[in-house]
Write a protein that binds this ligand. Sequence first.
Ligand code: NAP
Length: 242
Amino acid sequence: MKVALVTGGSRGIGAAASVELAKLGYAVAVNYKSNSEAAEKVCEEIQGFSGVAEAFKADISDSDALDKIFEDIHNDLGEISVLVNNAGVAYIGLLQDMSDEEIRNLSDVNLLGAMLSTKRAVPDMIRRHDGVIINIASMWGEVGASCEVVYSACKAGIIGFTKALAKELGPSGIRVNCVSPGVIDTDMNSELTDETISELCEETPLLRIGKPSDVGKTIAFLASDKAEFITGQVISVNGGII
Ligand code: NAP
């Protein structure tokens, strides 16, 4: 059974991606930072349709914690074939009001974490001449958002990382793409008021915000053989808002 690691798989988009990948037949390593209950719930949902899933705790910005889960995943499930770099955190506020530590922490999770995870997944993929990496960017990485400057910069970095890595790893049989969601109904947007949500729906040609499964299904498509000639691309899942 092929193995997929979804970072931040316990909630929102990562949880939806974990379920969709399990439906494709992957054994899913559901990574989380602290919410073990949510991670176990995702695993139970997958096991409920006879899929295989196991939860693995690690802060993806912590090198030692990453070393440990990569070893644990290898021992428990096997070599990773699909890596979904999904874990992320948002921060709303002016750049000038952020402490240096807040800027570092945000960058460590949203950009560095994807690089640290990827470098650990790639050697086995290169040896097998087979692998898929899917990075989760954001529409703010494409167009920039006021009051989310560091987040937007990290997501623009994820897009650059995707394009460069696709060139580096294409000859080794590894595809690298990124999915760029618009506004998706997850905990990350729980502070948006009903009024803001309805304004966003009105601004969106498809007249709604996204569901985690909209993104999860796109991730599963990119992981599948249906996407075998797609690499280095940014696939926007945003209802047409940008
Ligand atoms: P979410 O509902 O807030 O869930 C975040 C997930 O990331 C949780 O599973 C959380 O684990 C995990 N996580 C956070 N920090 C982590 C760390 N340091 N190490 C490991 N895991 C960590 O977020 P979401 O909305 O699904 O977002 C998922 C991705 O999509 C993010 O990269 C986000 O930037 C991107 N995105 C989201 C939207 C949107 O509108 N929601 C739009 C564009 C892009 P715990 O459960 O343990 O806390």
